[in-house]
Design a protein around this ligand. Structure first.
Ligand code: FAD
Length: 455
């Protein structure tokens, strides 16, 4: 009775996407989830942070209303109101997802699951047997040795998501995507924010030019940051949390947000016992998300690929289609779009200049400044679209900074993934006045026929 084509452990982005696609393909599925279907992304990640960022944008609009000739005033942030708005978005999406899962006849089991054999997961004494088992147990926020999370003064994104007040001051440990997004939110909400990053620049996985522009914009907004210097210790005292860096510098703030990366949830779940190959807690897979144990698959943040919800969706779908015999194409991870949703946004797809050179390409670069774009001027945003291309060949990477540039990735990813050249894109007419025109202009310039570009 408890036998299925797929037993899926973990109902986050990776697990539920795999369940939905498998069911669509006529396979029987049980989805085991100890908390809430939707996982990190819906309940503690993508969706709540983007709601907070939008509330921040509204606050900034009020603050800067007079720049647009509008009489309005920023008075304060009502965190209860912000949380009600944010939680409303989550609960609507959660209801929708639950309905979707139900409508596809997926069996959902609530409880903590553990792999007890190569094709069985046990939940509260009941064993579920699958022709295939898909591991999708996700990730957790990491901390550093000696840095204890207390949930109030020293927090991770899990707690920071639901603060019922705006701290006066915050230290953000980690200048990656999550750290920069929270820094942006809290600055918009009126907090004094300092980011500490051990690597030489913020959003260090992005092209160097994007980091520079984000740093310039953050500086302008009053977000302080220290880069290239390592954390040494944190102590709690009457004035808040004091962070000491290895160079001896100290910083004190009401709250310390630890945003130093996320680790895989795999300890104690029986994975090693079944002989699954692992590395530092990550489950290792091939390009079809197969582990070394036949019939066991793994997707999402649990495997060492990009920790993004849409990557989890893609991997879940890939596994479902592979099991159903559709022989899907492996994922090209370079072609996955990436966004940091701070103000300004940082968005990219494809290779950075450094990565393209490392791979031996003869690289040409073109940077189109948003100052030449009508809509960017209307929005009063600045930034650029940078193209990395192979000399006389396809576009290898698109790197953007500016308000709303994340929305331009849809086109950028087609350009990259379809291996378009500047000459392919240049003749395409973009609507005026939109930010997307900057994409057209960048390709016109790269094709040697710049229109609204100086120099
Ligand atoms: C603050 C923050 C912001 C983010 N913003 C973005 C963004 O804007 N865009 C983006 O693409 N990505 C974003 N991410 C990343 C995204 O949330 C993850 O990449 C995605 O959720 C990974 O999906 P997953 O299915 O692998 O894991 P998860 O979503 O973590 O799901 C795993 C699920 O497994 C369950 N589980 C674990 N162990 C067991 C067990 N033993 N038994 C039963 N159930 C179990 C968990 O309860 C959980 O629901 C963000 C993450 C954070 C933390």
């Amino acid at each position: 009775m408890n036998e299925f084509d797929l037993v899926i452990l973990g109902g986050g982005s990776g697990g539920y996407a795999c369940a939905l696609r498998s069911a669509q393909l006529g396979l029987s599925v049980v989805l085991i989830e100890k908390d809430k279907v939707g996982g990190t992304c819906l309940h503690r990640g993508c969706i709540p942070t983007k709601a907070l960022l939008h509330a921040g944008e509204v606050a900034d609009s009020a603050r800067h209303a007079s720049d647009f000739g509008v009489n309005a005033e920023f008075i304060s942030i009502d965190m209860l109101g912000v949380n009600a708005y944010k939680d409303g978005v989550i609960s609507k999406l959660y209801k929708g997802l639950q309905g979707l899962v139900k409508s596809r006849n997926i069996t959902v089991v609530e409880g903590h699951g553990r792999l007890v054999s190569k094709n069985q997961v046990e939940v509260n004494g009941t064993v579920y047997t699958g022709k295939n088992v898909v591991l999708a147990t996700g990730s957790y926020p990491k901390t550093l040795p000696g840095l204890e999370i207390d949930g109030t003064q020293i927090v991770t994104s899990n707690e920071a998501m639901s603060f019922d007040y705006v701290p006066k001051s915050v230290i953000v440990l980690g200048g990656g995507v999550i750290g920069c997004e929270f820094a942006s939110v809290w600055n918009s909400f009126g907090a004094d924010v300092t980011i500490i990053e051990g690597l030489p620049r913020l959003v260090a996985l992005e092209d160097e030019s994007s980091s520079k522009q984000l740093e310039r914009a953050f500086r302008k907004r009053g977000i302080k940051f220290e880069t290239g210097v390592k954390f040494a210790s944190a102590t709690k005292g009457p004035n808040g949390v004091t962070v000491t860096l290895e160079n001896g510098a100290t910083f004190t703030a009401d709250v310390l947000l630890v945003a130093v990366g996320r680790g895989p949830v795999s300890a104690g779940l029986g994975y090693e016992e079944q002989g699954i190959a692992m590395d530092r807690g990550y489950v290792l897979v091939d390009n079809k998300c197969r582990t070394n144990v036949p019939g066991i698959w793994a997707v999402g943040d649990l495997i060492p690929t990009l920790q993004l919800a849409h990557v989890g969706f893609g991997e879940g779908i890939l596994v479902a289609e592979e099991i159903a015999g559709l022989n899907p194409r492996p994922i090209n991870y370079d072609g996955v779009p990436r966004v940091t949703y701070s103000e300004p946004e940082v968005a990219s797809v494809g290779l950075t200049t450094a990565a393209a050179k490392e791979r031996g390409y003869d690289v040409v670069e073109l940077s189109y400044d948003l100052a030449g774009n009508g809509k960017a001027n209307i929005l009063k945003t600045s930034g650029s679209i940078k193209l990395v291309a192979q000399k006389d060949g396809p576009v290898l990477g698109v790197h953007m900074v500016g308000a709303r540039v994340g929305e331009l990735l849809a086109e950028a990813q087609l350009i990259y993934n379809w291996e378009a050249t500047a000459d392919d894109v240049a003749p395409l007419i973009h609507a005026h006045p939109t930010l997307s025109e900057a994409m057209g202009e960048a390709h016109l310039a790269l094709a040697g026929k710049p229109l609204h570009a100086h120099g």
